[in-house]
Ligand binder design. Structure first.
Ligand code: HEM
Length: 441
């Protein structure tokens, strides 16, 4: 036998031997024994269910729905030898988000560090604990209320930019919404007066992402320092500040822009609801259509209903740090929990006729008996969205200004809107198209 063949055979035998040892050890492991008790699609050796997921990348949300339909509200997948458990019942979601044993983020958040910068939502637990404590005070309601004038000015710029489209022709609003949100977050978080909506955006964006402009870091540093109970002691290094500020800006930008675009699309489709929002505005503003709206003056039901149907972050995950019991199953340490927010929001046990756009379902009288974890667009618990109040105030202000100036006309059908994908954020496969015409107030 030639020597090369001999080496190859030896290599093959060793590889097969090691694979067998690995499989036997895995099949005897606590993780496997506990994992197999949880119902889920049949795995194949070494790959688990990865092959099924790989074939479903364009329809992850539908695939999850089908699996939950077949195997029940707590079901499992194997990503190779890694156990992933989907949790769908609101009571179990509450167990997950309120547990101290499941605060950390799982493996699939790591690539997000490249996409969104290494910041609160994806960084390792030790860093998260420290940074969340420092940053929480910067997102308190009082402070965010002081941003309303910035939000209003930037919303007026957005409305000016949209005026060129007030010709009843369809156009994609997401690009406008993205520039609008980044404009607000850079101004309010970094405290510097850049204008992505009207400025030389590509250069500014590059400059921002590179953080070439050291003034930006210093402004945030200064802000966070003063937020430390009024004491001027900064607990973050310059690098930490840079990472966190890029992260917050990018996280806020994508999610808020998607939320704004989808609520506009839905209002175009539901003229009756749009009319009611306008009547509410007229009542609140009286004759002064140029004034700012206060937070408490506009109800949130339309926004909530839009976030229910199209949550910008449709799936979130947690890493199980220590074994926990859910629905009678033990989830071993090291496994991953996924929470399909999008599917939970469309569960008929929580929402009658779940596919219908019906904002009145959020009237307090209609919410009685509904589990708090049946509606979690901003997540909930210790690791919830730090920018939830920020987003709420920003979106309400933008919506109010846009609706004062334009009628939104029906454009895409609900069926077209329902074609959604999942690329970290939700993705409308047919785009974010709306039609506008000037409103006669
Ligand atoms: C409609 C808009 C928004 C939605 C639907 C949204 C949703 C969420 C959700 C579901 C999470 C939890 C993610 C997870 O556990 O995997 C989250 C986390 C986060 N969000 Fe938002 N968000 C929005 C706007 C914002 C804004 C405006 C900011 C900042 C100004 C922001 C900053 C963050 C940060 C930093 C985290 C990580 C928090 C942590 O892990 O401690 N978000 N968001």
């Amino acid at each position: 036998m030639p020597q090369v063949l001999w080496y190859f055979s030896a290599f093959l035998v060793t590889a097969v031997f090691l694979a067998i040892v690995f499989c036997v050890r895995f099949l005897r492991s606590q993780r496997y024994l506990l994992g197999t008790k949880i119902p889920g699609p049949a795995p194949i050796p070494l790959l688990g269910n990865l092959h099924t997921f790989a074939a479903q990348t364009s329809r992850v949300l539908e695939f999850l729905k089908e699996v939950i339909g077949v195997y029940g509200p707590t079901c499992r997948f194997w990503f190779g030898t890694h156990l992933v458990v989907a949790v769908f019942n609101p009571t179990d979601v509450q167990t997950v988000v309120s547990s101290r044993k499941m605060i950390d983020k799982p493996f699939f958040y790591k690539p997000l560090r490249k996409l969104w910068g290494c910041g609160l939502s994806s960084e390792p637990l030790v860093g998260w604990k420290k940074h969340r404590k420092i940053m929480d005070p910067a997102f308190r309601v009082k402070l965010i209320e002081s941003f309303v004038d910035v939000f209003k000015t930037k919303s007026e710029i957005l409305a000016d930019r949209l005026r060129s489209h007030a010709d009843e022709q369809p156009f994609d609003v997401l690009g406008y919404a993205l520039k609008f949100t980044i404009d607000n977050t850079t101004q309010t978080t970094l405290g510097t007066s850049v204008d992505f909506q009207t400025g030389e955006s590509s250069e500014l964006m590059e400059d921002f992402l590179d953080m070439k402009n050291s003034v930006w870091q210093l402004v945030l540093l200064n802000k966070l320092c003063t937020f430390q109970n009024g004491r001027e002691s900064c607990l973050m290094t310059k690098k930490e500040l840079r990472d966190q500020s890029i992260h917050v800006t990018i996280t806020a930008m994508d999610t808020s822009a998607i939320a704004l675009s989808t609520v506009l699309m839905l209002l175009g489709l539901h003229q009756d609801v749009q009319q009611r929002v306008i009547e509410e505005q007229k009542r609140v503003l009286c004759d002064d259509r140029h004034r700012s709206v206060k937070l408490e003056e506009l109800r949130e039901i339309v926004l909530k209903e839009s976030l229910r149907l199209f949550p910008p972050l449709p799936i979130m995950g947690r890493r199980v740090q220590e074994a926990v019991d859910i629905e009678g199953y033990t989830l071993p340490a090291g496994s991953t929990v996924i929470i399909p927010i999008y599917l939970i929001h469309r569960d008929p046990r929580s929402f009658t006729r779940p596919e219908e756009f019906y904002p009145d379902r959020f009237h307090p009288s209609n919410c009685q008996g509904r589990h708090p974890c049946s509606f979690i667009p901003f997540s909930t618990g210790r690791r919830d969205c730090i920018g939830k109040t920020y987003a709420s105030v920003l979106l309400k202000t933008a919506l109010s200004i846009i609706l004062r100036q334009f009628e939104i006309l029906p454009c895409m059908s609900r069926e077209q809107m329902e074609a959604v994908g999942f690329q970290v954020t939700i993705e409308m496969k047919h785009g974010y198209k709306i039609k506008l015409r000037p409103r006669l107030w």
